[in-house]
Design a protein around this ligand. Structure first.
Ligand code: CO
Length: 134
């Protein structure tokens, strides 16, 4: 059911420092920061030949990654995103298998303008999983 790894998201305490490290030290193609007020994050996309890295930094009050950074002050892997062809079919199949979908269970428009859902990390080997319809 799942397809390509769309991105790995890393929460970072300093977006500029992390962007500079990927651009200057690792030599990756780093895009400008993008505010996502609906998701409470500022995002920097890094393009790799086979996937993307998504640097996440809290935006505004009550950001969903503020607590994560409190527990992981130097940053850390926050989620992985897999591509699916039909997000509602994927959701229904996973729910039937007992997986918990976060939020109200309805897809939201994600940072790439496509519908996304998040699955509870306790149901997926301790990893927060994002599904993105492509
Ligand atoms: Co993501």
């Amino acid at each position: 059911m799942i397809g390509r790894l769309n991105h790995v998201a890393i929460a970072v305490p300093d977006l500029e420092a992390a962007s500079a490290q990927y651009r200057d030290t690792l030599g990756a193609k780093v895009n400008p920061p993008q505010d996502e007020p609906d998701h409470g994050v500022t995002v920097v996309f890094i393009e790799l030949p086979n996937t993307k890295i998504e640097l996440l930094h809290p935006l505004g009050e009550g950001s969903p990654i503020a607590g994560f950074l409190e527990k992981n002050p130097s940053g850390g892997i926050h989620h992985v995103c897999y591509e699916v062809e039909d997000i509602l079919a994927a959701r229904d199949k996973l729910k039937a298998a007992g997986a918990r979908v976060l939020g109200d269970g309805e897809p939201k428009i994600g940072a790439h303008g496509k519908p996304v859902l998040f699955l509870h990390p306790k149901d997926f080997t301790g990893t927060l999983v994002e599904l993105e319809e492509v």
